[in-house]
Design a protein around this ligand. Structure first.
Ligand code: SAM
Length: 277
């Protein structure tokens, strides 16, 4: 690319939309590092959510066979025409990724990995969509707010551990692979960021994913209440029934939801299912 991205954005009269989480990255070292850390080169196709001005899109396209990039803001089209000029392996789909029918989209693909600098206002729904609904997504490497990164990778019993941590554990393990200061984004956000890499296939086995989800959300429904109280309220159980279920699972009667590991949530959800049927 001859002209620099900031100049192209200005020449196209582009105005950043805060409500769409538009904090772009242009630093070449950071872009190269995200591509390398993602391991994207191993996959046939890379899906990007939110291509912005196309800087990460281009860095990916220079290393992988095919990039399919979703972007909700059509005003970026003239910018992308210039920044992605000359690349024959990039497909841009102007669509809200949350509205994409994943089953339909995946029909045309063998498998893919997702690499993205995610729009912060929808980080959790976007990650959960992939965790819960994708069949062919085999990897995920995303830039998120540092605080969200800590929550995604938290250990049971810590204050960062929450429903999202336990839900991700269904299909993947994850770790923070890079910390990124706010100074590397344009415009500069109020918080720092981190890159989180998910390894799919290292999840836990559950018989009924919907029941697992319900159990996790019940456990974290009211963090100050004991797990027993949350189970009574969420599953219409008597106190005695809730106590029996916890005892069967070897869980302390006074335990709080955040102390349970994902494997314990799985066992608990199975026991609740047995009890209810
Ligand atoms: N990838 C670019 C980069 O790293 O510079 C842009 C990242 S910026 C944090 C997030 C991008 O996602 C923005 O361009 C925004 O317009 C887009 N976006 C926001 N919500 C979206 C959604 N629901 N589906 C697809 N794109 C979205």
């Amino acid at each position: 690319m001859e002209t620099d991205v900031k100049t192209i954005l200005a020449e196209c009269g582009f105005g950043f939309k805060k409500q769409l989480g538009q904090n772009f990255i242009t630093d070449k070292n950071l872009l190269a590092s995200i591509v390398a850390l993602s391991g994207a080169e191993e996959y046939g196709a890379v899906v990007e959510i939110g291509c912005g001005a196309g800087t990460l899109t281009r860095a990916l396209a220079e290393k992988v066979k095919k990039v399919i990039s979703f972007e909700v803001d059509k005003t970026l089209a003239p910018v992308l025409d210039r920044t992605l000029n000359g690349l024959g392996n990039v497909e841009i789909i102007f669509k809200d990724f949350l509205k994409v029918d994943l089953a339909e989209f995946e029909k045309g693909l063998e498998s893919y990995t997702v690499v993205a600098n995610l729009p912060y206002y929808v980080t959790t729904p976007l990650i959960m969509k992939l965790i819960e609904s994708s069949k062919k997504c085999k990897g995920l490497c995303v830039m998120v707010q540092e605080e969200v990164a800590e929550r995604l990778c938290a250990k049971a019993g810590t204050s960062d551990y929450g429903a999202i941590t336990a839900m991700v554990a269904l299909r993947a393990t994850c770790s923070i692979v890079k910390r990124v200061p706010r100074t590397l984004f344009i415009p500069r956000p109020k918080v720092d960021s981190a890159v989180v890499k998910f390894t799919f296939g290292d999840g836990i086995d559950v018989a009924d994913a919907a029941m697992y989800k319900k159990t996790v959300h019940a456990a974290f429904g009211s963090r100050r209440k004991t797990l027993e109280n949350n189970l009574v309220n969420s599953f219409s159980l008597s106190r005695q029934q809730a106590q029996e279920i916890l005892a069967d699972c070897g869980i302390d009667q006074k335990a709080r939801g955040e102390t349970l590991t994902p494997v314990q949530f799985a066992r608990l959800s199975e026991r609740i299912s047995e009890y209810k049927n």
